[in-house]
Ligand binder design. Sequence first.
Ligand SMILES: *Cc1c(COP(=O)(O)O)cnc(C)c1O
Length: 418
Amino acid sequence: MKDSTLALHWGYEKDRQKAMQVPIYMTTAYEYDSTEHAARLFNLEIEGNIYTRIGNPTTKVFEKRIAALERGTEALATSSGMAAIFYSLSNLVQTGDNIIISNKLYGGSITLSTHTLNRLGIKARFFDVHNPEELNDLIDDKTKAILIESVSNPALAVPDFEGISKVAKERGIILICDNTIATPYGVKPIELGCDVVVHSASKYIVGNGSAIGGVIVEGKSAKEKLLTYRYPQFNEPDESYHGLVYNEKFDAPFIARARLALLRDFGAVMSPFNAWLMILGLEHLHLRIKAHSENALEIAKFLKSQKDIKKVNYPFLEDNENYVYAKKYLKYTGGIVSFVVENFERAKNIANSLKIFSLVTNIGDSKSIVTHPASTTHQQLSKEELIKAGVDEGLIRLSIGLEDVDDLIDDLKKALSD
Ligand SMILES: *Cc1c(COP(=O)(O)O)cnc(C)c1O
């Protein structure tokens, strides 16, 4: 089946009620047939519903659909994108380990890596996604993960997927790709050698700014890497499950451990209601991402024609430093366009003058949004970290919505002339 068909049908079997839309199983727990049945479920001898923190039938449909769209084996929904990223990393590391992250990541992923994980004794090392050779010098025996974004937020860097995945494969390190902005219709990172894909489903997946959620998808290649000495937690008995060995029991051990150990213990589970909203979002993601991308390219071209704009970032602009990678790997780059004006004050004035664009810290809504990262999403970063993340103080990020593009351009024209 093709993607749009999968997104509408995959993973849902109608029950006796024959409901066309996936029902919302708003339930905390599920009845067991007997204490013996319960014991077998808890001991993972049989599959079935136990408790919604570990799994839910509505959420399962969302997980199956996103796994299919990303060409993964299994998926796990989480309460937010940050929870998905935290679980993906903490599934691999322990105190004393290190991770290698792109120097152009979402602000939350940078603070997670450099502050919160750092306090747990996990060090982050930075690399340039256009210079995969840097990885070879950074990798050591304690390196457990490489984290990149397929289109980075807000710098819009598109990685050299082939170069990075080649090193990750040679060295046996799990490569995680945050595919929030490109979505599986823009690129399928697993097909380009990534082992794990994460999303903030709060953005294009839900598509209308109505709910927070995240998801982790495991690719087939993850298991080969998890079978090595680098990842003992997948090869040694887990005493909290009577000696279960994840690599022995599961075809998708990464998701199995994230669900059975991390969701069990940390509990950042997606609400079944939110999973249902994500299912609705996935139904027309293919139409929306195309429309967002078309509008965004027109706006990028308009901004480019304006004299007092220092720089316009959109990977599909031919003079953009990401163009070769975008052309090679991406079908769509999503609706994010950023541009740099003279200084902090000018950026603030433009952001404040826009009328159709709302001043909001979000992306991927059907309505257009303007963000000034230096005063909001990236405010907690130091000047040095801002430069590293590719965030100029005069940078304005636009998330182009589904309004008529002429109205959006008019709004920008007025704000720029204020
Ligand atoms: C928003 C975002 C996140 C965080 O997701 P939440 O759902 O807000 O927790 C992570 N990565 C990227 C690229 C994002 O845009």
